[in-house]
Design a protein around this ligand. Structure first.
Ligand code: ADP
Length: 369
């Protein structure tokens, strides 16, 4: 539906090279109570399409998704569809999933494990990632077909990495560990030697997602054996070349899609953790607490207009994702929460983080030459 797509694009008047202020889109998603665990009562209630209440406090975001929200109609249409349109328009586009362990980040970003399989393409539980790439390739086909002179060509490359214990591992080739981050004028910030796979279809991407996710590390401590202690970043670089038949000039657009599943935001209790686990807890705190610091600083800069040094390089996560944070990208955050009484304090902490993120303004630019 072209009208819907036009509406989905956040800023379709953008001119190449001219930065436009772009607010961070914040969607809070509440998972169902887990019936086989003793989680206590449900204390979070959606009060309108963009508000919720928890105890006597109310919060407003761009959108609130409760347990009735579906992967396809709600989360994908709110976050995934605009991301694809923004990317095709030439904007770098990122989605971060933030929240405590067990709040639904993985479910939202990738879907439950059994939904990601090549035999299961139409599974209604599929998360954002497979849906985004299904739409991306459909739209690329449409765009190429609409140019009857066949002068529009797209190329896509994907990479998948994990930041664990402040070290970067290539999830498409897990023997490549501790990869360095580099920065130069031509390429910007990048991870050296990271595998990049050329992709042409949704199935190509699905295969990379399945492969990469199976290579992820999940730490086990005596406190929280299920906890995912790593940050995962799936990146797709989309390049297009259009050669105009009228003036013969070629125009190139490049934009990145970053899908980021963050480690659990809960405060790491150090009881029972020693050696590597203790170091790991500290380092995971470093990346997440640095993300929290940056969000505070960027929210203040956006609100007051005062210039401040932004310490992107203080953690791998913020160094790598600096364009998404206050820079040249459209950013959406899905903040996942549990509705349970037993998660009250972590839920408040996620909602406060989400409120600060909402205050940030990025400067997105159409990357065209
Ligand atoms: P996280 O990645 O934040 O640790 P998960 O995505 O693994 O959390 O979710 C924890 C559990 O809750 C999983 O069993 C998942 O399938 C389930 N779950 C999460 N969100 C939803 C949802 N919106 N609807 C149904 N089940 C959900």
């Amino acid at each position: 539906n072209p009208l819907k797509r036009k509406l989905a694009l956040d800023n379709d008047n953008a001119l190449p090279g001219v930065p436009s202020d772009s607010g961070v889109k914040v969607v809070v998603r509440m998972r169902p109570l887990c019936l086989d665990k003793d989680e206590g009562d449900c204390i979070v209630h959606k009060t309108s399409s963009d508000s919720l209440s928890i105890n006597d406090h109310s919060f407003t975001f761009d959108s609130v998704a409760d347990t009735n929200a579906t992967q396809a109609l709600d989360i994908f249409e709110l976050v995934g569809a605009p991301l694809v349109e923004n990317c095709l328009a030439g904007f770098n586009s990122s989605v971060f999933a933030y929240g405590q362990t067990g709040s639904g980040k993985t479910y939202t970003m990738w879907g439950p494990a059994n939904a990601l399989s090549e035999d299961n393409l139409s599974n209604d539980q599929q998360g954002l990632a497979p849906r985004v790439f299904e739409r991306l390739f459909t739209r690329i086909d449409e765009e190429q077909t609409n140019h009857s002179d066949k002068q529009l060509k797209y190329q896509c490359h994907c990479s998948f990495l994990e930041i664990y214990n402040e070290q970067i591992t290539d999830l498409l080739d897990p023997n490549q560990r501790n990869l360095p981050i580099r920065e130069d004028v031509k390429s910007g910030v990048y991870v050296e030697n990271l595998t990049e796979e050329h992709v042409c279809t949704m199935k190509d991407v699905l295969w990379l997602l399945i492969k990469g996710l199976s290579n992820r590390r999940v730490g086990a401590t005596s406190i929280n054996s299920e906890s995912s202690r790593s940050h995962t970043v799936f990146t797709c670089v989309v390049e297009s070349c259009y050669k105009s038949t009228s003036d013969g000039i070629s125009r190139f657009k490049t934009s990145n899609i970053n899908l980021v599943d963050l480690a659990g935001s809960e405060r790491q209790k150090l009881t029972g953790a020693a050696g590597d686990r203790l170091k790991e807890a500290g380092n995971i705190n470093r990346s997440l607490s640095q993300l929290g610091n940056l969000i505070n600083i960027l929210a203040e800069v956006s609100q007051t207009g005062k210039q401040r040094h932004i310490p992107y390089r203080d953690s791998r996560l913020t160094f790598l994702l600096q364009e998404s944070l206050g820079g040249n990208a459209k950013l959406a955050m899905v903040c996942a929460i549990s509705p349970a009484q037993s998660c009250r304090s972590e839920t408040f902490s996620t909602l406060r983080f989400a409120q600060r993120a909402k205050a940030i303004k990025n400067k997105a630019v159409v990357n065209e030459t």
